[in-house]
Design a protein around this ligand. Sequence first.
Ligand code: ZN
Length: 307
Amino acid sequence: MKIKFALLSVLVVLLLVATLACQPSTETSNTGKKSIVVTYSILSSIVKDLVGDKANVTVSIPNGLDPHEWEPSAKDIEAINKADLVIENGLVLEGGMEKTLQTARDKGVKFFTASDHIAVRHVGTGEGIPSGDPDQAVGAEDPHLWMDPLDMKSIVSALAPVLLKDLNLDVTGQATDLENKLDSLNSEVANTVAQLPQADRKLVTGHESMGYFAQRYGFKLVGAIIPSISTQAEVSAADLAALKKLIQDNQVKAIFTELGTSPVVAKAIGDETGVKVIEITTHQLPADGSYFTFMTDLANVISSALK
Ligand SMILES: [Zn+2]
């Protein structure tokens, strides 16, 4: 009986060891590194470039899902509450996370809000379509700050001293390198769009996501299929009729659709105006996870489409 029990115990231990060996190691396990949670994938790419392997950087909103709509699970909420630092975009980009982020703040979790460190763009007069939607109102704050590499540079410059002060992470060298790379990226995008005559630099997009890009590189925002800075707003027949007229009046060469745009609505507008519909990636990282690839790809697709 005793021998049987001992054998059983050995078996149980062996099984346990085998099970543990098969489990993937979690990023936070016993590394002693600080944990940084970034709400949004595109912002996290730059944060990862900045901190390298000096901290564990995790992302809340999975790449490819709409940041305007995503809601955290219990596990995501726990990661945020346990983080040494939470880095958020701000300006209600993380609409479905607002309550979670506020609760973490109230509990004393440290936060870095990217939009606090840039000149926030506001929806301007004549942009989009007057729809009576409060999100679309002239003066509404635009959260799509990653569309300007120089705004990302400002965010890097502001974040580096916070990492030193709050997490004791010295990333001074990486910050300088990254700032230089973002300057080069800005020049590269500017050179790409420089091939386009000023008259062709007109944007119609799925929702109003290209404002910072337009401001930096001299594009006119003609309108959006969902005339709002969020993808969640509704679209009316009157809005669409107004958009068709704007596309024709401005001789727009392409309609750009993105994450959250209705393909049916986009195709209908394209068919009725005789303008081609092109998909662009504005809210998710490419396969290599690089913000630099993201921006150069975007600039190339837009330039080719409007040529
Ligand atoms: Zn958006």
